[in-house]
Design a protein around this ligand. Sequence first.
Ligand code: GLU
Length: 320
Amino acid sequence: MVPPIRIWCAGLGLRPMELARRLPDRPTTRFAPSPTGFLHLGHVANAVWTWGVAQARGGRVVLRMEDHDRGRCRPEYERSILHDLDWLGLEVEPENRRSFEGGRSAWRQSDTPERYRDAVARLARVATVFGCECSRRSMAAAAGAGPEPGEELRYPGTCRDKGLELVDGRGIRVVLADRVVGFEDLRLGTMSQHPARQCGDLLLRDQTGNWTYQLCLVVDDLFHGIDLVVRGEDILASTGRQILLGEMLGWSGPPRYLHHPLIMGDAGVKLSKRAGSATLASLREAGLTPAEVLGMAAHRTGLLAAAEPIAGHRLGELFR
Ligand code: GLU
């Protein structure tokens, strides 16, 4: 039995009960990993928050493989992600149930390139969409001293007025409205961002032909009717530009956002494959149970006072 949470969780930023009151009813949310590596504890934390909120409010979780980057995604990573989620005891929506056996998600971005092509055609009707020959290297060179620490490399607009056609081998960008975008984060409160100043004209397709994370995510959130996005606060800076993109693609309103705390590694850096974090498979091999792994992720993101085990079907208790 998990005791009700009564403590002030430093990492959470507000009382769990207060958070629970803000959560919408019957949300459609999603778990959207990129199969570019094996799941680690940071992904488990995202799963705990996503499934926890969905369970607490009678919602559902769409499982989507964000395998838009064809150079980095591998079928073996997709298979292992599905296996790990099944092992953790996390329920997916009916369309995806068989994916646990087949090792192939029902929703994969690599299966729907025409959806992104259509979206770009729609964007071109309402905004300036242009071909771009810039590489990250040429952008960095144009930026001179480069961005300050913590700042992004902003696209300087080099190709915006060149009239380059949208042919293979070129990137595709869209001009973002030059305005501040405000939104309410369910945990962090009022946020405001200025995407045109942060990143400039947004890349929709890269020079190798990959549709980008930003485009695919917004198009698919619309397609799946996602009305609550639960994800780590490392992605917070992307939210404003995703709202602008969604507006241009005609959504009736943005989803609600909940950006959760991250699990930090020993050196105070975000857990990632590169930062040498332990994979879920290695935790399993070390003898941890699914409930222990879930409890550890809940604890390290401020949802439990101690790393007590919690089963996958009981994650909703963390948000009530
Ligand atoms: N696919 C993204 C990732 O693995 C998460 C998607 C999102 O919620 O922004 O980091």
